[in-house]
Each structure stands twice: as structure tokens, then as C-alpha cells.
Ligand binder design. Sequence first.
Ligand code: MG
Length: 255
Amino acid sequence: MNKKIALSFCAVLFLGIASAQKPEDTELYTPVPAVVTPGNTIGQPPSDAIILFDGKDLDKWEDADNPDKPANWIVKNGILIVNKKAGNIQTKQKFGDYQLHIEWREPKDIQGQGQERGNSGLFLASTGPGDDGYEMQILDSYNNKTYTNGQAGSIYKQNAPLVNPNRKPGDWQSYDVIWTAPCFQKDGSLKSEARVTAFFNGVLVQNNFTLEGPTLYIGHPSYANARQSLCSIKLQAHGDKSKPISFRNIWIRPL
Ligand code: MG
């Protein structure tokens, strides 16, 4: 067979195989995605969510530094207000990968500058007392200059938000977060890093960002001392002097 005939033979063979393929070959019917009823409006939990705060009590939360003690923040008129003296609070239940919704509000008359202006934080995974975990910053960044990887919507000291969709103080704001927990080998060494995708007031601010390790205030993060995939979710009682911020409508869907 000369070269030209050989090439023609290959082309015919290829076309023959291609035509033997059917559309159905790439159409999957199982597993069937579960039916979930969405909330009526943005912010209302879907039917399969675990409600972490519904405006009534803190039954799902505990003191982060003393997990045997109840969470001692203020529940009033359906909202949760940070009690700075009481310290951080965290969920009793531990989570791996999840989708989380949380709403927060800065006081209308917020004062202070930079990191001292309505600072709190959503710790996406916190392994226990004394461990900061992985912080998505909460701050009034409506008109407040600070380092970009420390403004609202940032993964604190690791990644600035893609944009700044802050609403003004006094307005409710939302985070919707998709968290992929880090995985570890049996010997504690890292198998895969944590990743996060996040929407701030419905706008994408973190796009499948790979974290370098748990949040550090000083120094570069690493997974050297991180060992856990299943963690509590923690809310920060920051020591700034501005009035405390509020939360409402917190729910989660483990993945
Ligand atoms: Mg903070």
C-alpha cells in the first residue's frame, strides 16, 4: 500500500468509527439529582439546608474557646449581635465540604478606620480553641481603605476579592460560600489544599481560590499544623472599638 492509499484508508476508518457513535452515548441518566425546593426569595434556605441560625436561638452554636459552654452572643428581634466580651462562637456540628449562606450588617453609624471598622470574620473551618482556621473577612469596606487582601470578601491575608460589591453600613449583606475542605493523609501530611468560591451580595469575589493554609496574622500560611478536614464554622468577635455587627439567616448544605 502506498502512502496516499494508506492515508485514505485511515480517513475512511476514522469516519466509520465517528458515524458509529450516537448522541445517546454521552447522555447520562444516573445518578438522578435530588429534587430541592428553592426558597421564595434570595436568602431563604432551600428545603435540604441545615439552619444554623433562624433568628430564635443559638442552639447550634457554642463558645469557640470553651466548647463545653454555650455561645454567649445576643439574640434580639430575630438577629444575632456579636458580644465582643464573650469571644468567638462556633458551630457544634463539624463540616467538610459545604455550601453556606450568611447575612451580616454593619451598624449604620459605624466608626473607625481600616481594620478597626466593623471587623468580624467568617472562619470557613476552625479546628478548635486557639486555632484561627481559614478566615473570610467581614469588615465595612464600603468607603474604607485597607490592604486589599484584608477587605470584606477577601480570604484574609491570602487573596483580595475580585471586586468590591459592599453595600453601605446599615444595609444587610450576604456571603454565599462553596468550601472544599483540605484533605490529609493518615500521617497528617497534606493530600489536597482547601479551595473556596464565594459570592458577596450575589457577586463572585472568590473563584475556586486555592488556600495556602489556615489564616495567619503574621507570616506566610502553610498546612504544616493543619490536620483536620471536618471542622466547626466560626464567627469572630474582633477586638476593634466600633459597634458590634449583626448576623441573620445562616444556613448550610453539606456536600
Ligand atoms: Mg476579621
